[in-house]
Design a protein around this ligand. Structure first.
Ligand SMILES: Cc1ncc(COP(=O)(O)O)c(C=O)c1O
Length: 443
């Protein structure tokens, strides 16, 4: 299907695979109040309640969570040395922070917030339904050997470019489930190896992510002992991610950072299919309302959310439909078609989307390592372009003028969400650094 994208200042850059910023013409105040959306603000509170109830079980299953009593949290850290390196020293860049989901325990990526949540919630529901867990019983009961034997009769399946598979696989195996991860051709070898070591069955599809998910869904439909974590449609994944915004609000408050009309907040969220950034953005809209502006970031050859939302089409538009290749080093974002569910929720809530090229991802990965001691994978570095697009790009300046925040930029806070990397094996990480050094040498 060949698609004609509408006239827009970003259109020619998008079609040529050049980094650019698209601001959403349908961005609307208080869009979260739309009662017809498939999620509602109270769902975020319910998800937080679920996380709290599951925390003792999580602490029992994962010793890494002792210190946080079962909470899966990441640090919020100031961008310091890297601020200079990125040329973000000027006061007009306001306050710059990194939300380091790249170091999240259990799964080493933002996917811990979604995948672990959905698997643990399913385990609890299943156990209650089958009489294994009584109303007032201690949830840690689900880590007992007989519970594990019970869960081993079920399989958790998921399609993944890598990190969702890791988080679902780790969570499923910790409870005793069998697990099958369907992976796209882009999946990195080290992620496959790690899953195999955990006892997860990995099915490699010689196809892209959308096809891997479709195949996984079909396999699950014919078998009632398979629970399918559906990255294209799951409310649970989305809401698991959304609770990150409540954590962020607490951390901003602890730092004395105010978010209001004079102190806008910008979030830069790497996007694959859209679930993780969509969930976080939704939670942020619930907490900060119109004072937060959420931007997705995608690879210039895989901007699936950008082409779909820009097209205005009801039917999903893929990056192939506009002649792009979906080829990128950023495996977590190598997705040709976004989630229809996320598209519906984000249509009027998302401020915009910018794109980045692979060479820049590697430059930022190197700089984050040298200057901030952050261990990132390429997808996770995408947000670093955000402040530059907002402050300096013509579309960013127009956006700020239209939103009447152009005079408040020195009081703004920009948060670069780094989404994965802690589990990258040393040898693979050195290869990233090596490639990045080669790129730097030719700059
Ligand atoms: C490191 C990293 N960042 C961002 C994303 C994007 O998340 P989503 O596909 O839910 O949009 C992924 C997805 O796997 C990822 O692995």
């Amino acid at each position: 299907m060949a698609i004609h994208l509408p006239d827009n200042p970003a259109r020619s850059d998008v079609l040529a695979g050049r980094p650019t910023l698209w601001t959403n013409p349908h961005y609307t105040e208080n869009a979260i109040a739309d009662a017809t959306l498939p999620v509602q603000p109270s769902d975020v509170d319910e998800a937080q309640e679920n996380w709290r109830r599951l925390a003792p079980l999580l602490e029992t299953c994962f010793p890494d969570l002792k210190a946080t009593r079962g909470e899966i949290r990441s640090d919020l850290v100031p961008l310091e040395a890297m601020r200079k390196a990125l040329d973000y020293d000027d006061a007009q860049f306001g306050t710059l922070l990194v939300k380091a989901d790249s170091a999240l325990p259990v799964a080493g990526s933002i996917k811990a917030r979604g995948g672990v949540y959905e698997v643990f919630l399913f385990a609890e529901l299943l156990a209650r339904r089958e009489g294994l867990l009584m109303a007032d019983e201690d949830i840690r009961r689900l880590a007992a050997p007989d519970a594990k034997a019970f869960f081993s009769r079920y399989t958790i399946a998921v399609g993944s470019t890598g990190n969702l598979g890791l988080s679902v696989g780790v969570a499923a195996r910790a409870l005793g489930f069998r697990a099958t991860v369907h992976m796209s051709a882009d999946a990195k070898a080290w992620k496959v190896e790690r899953l195999t070591r955990l006892g997860v069955e990995v099915v490699r599809h010689d196809a892209d992510y959308t096809t891997a998910v479709e195949n996984a869904r079909i396999a699950a439909e014919s078998d009632s002992t398979i629970y399918f974590v559906d990255d294209e449609q799951s409310r649970h994944l989305f809401l698991g991610y959304s609770v990150a915004a409540l954590e962020l609000a607490e951390q901003l408050q602890a730092r004395g950072i105010v978010v209001d009309a004079d102190h806008p907040l910008f979030l830069y969220l790497p996007c694959g299919i859209g679930g993780a950034p969509g969930g976080v953005a939704y939670g942020a809209k619930k907490v900060f309302g119109d004072n937060v502006h959420c931007f997705f970031v995608e690879p210039a050859q895989s901007p699936c959310a950008l082409v779909h939302l820009m097209s205005g089409s009801e039917d999903l538009v893929s990056v192939y439909d506009v002649g792009l290749t979906n080829r990128t080093e950023a495996d977590g974002m190598a997705v040709a078609r976004m989630s229809a569910f996320v598209a519906t929720v984000m249509r009027r809530m998302l401020a915009g989307i910018f794109t980045v090229d692979d060479a820049s991802l590697l430059r930022w990965l190197l700089s984050a390592h040298q200057n901030q001691n952050l261990r990132l994978e390429p997808s996770a570095a995408a947000g670093f372009a955000g402040p530059d697009f907002i402050v300096k790009h013509p579309a960013g300046k127009d956006f700020c003028a239209y939103q009447r925040i152009g005079d408040h930029l020195t009081g703004a806070t920009h948060i670069i969400w780094t989404t994965g990397g802690a589990f990258v094996p040393e040898e693979q990480f050195q290869t990233f650094l090596h490639t990045a050094n080669d790129i730097a040498a030719t700059d």
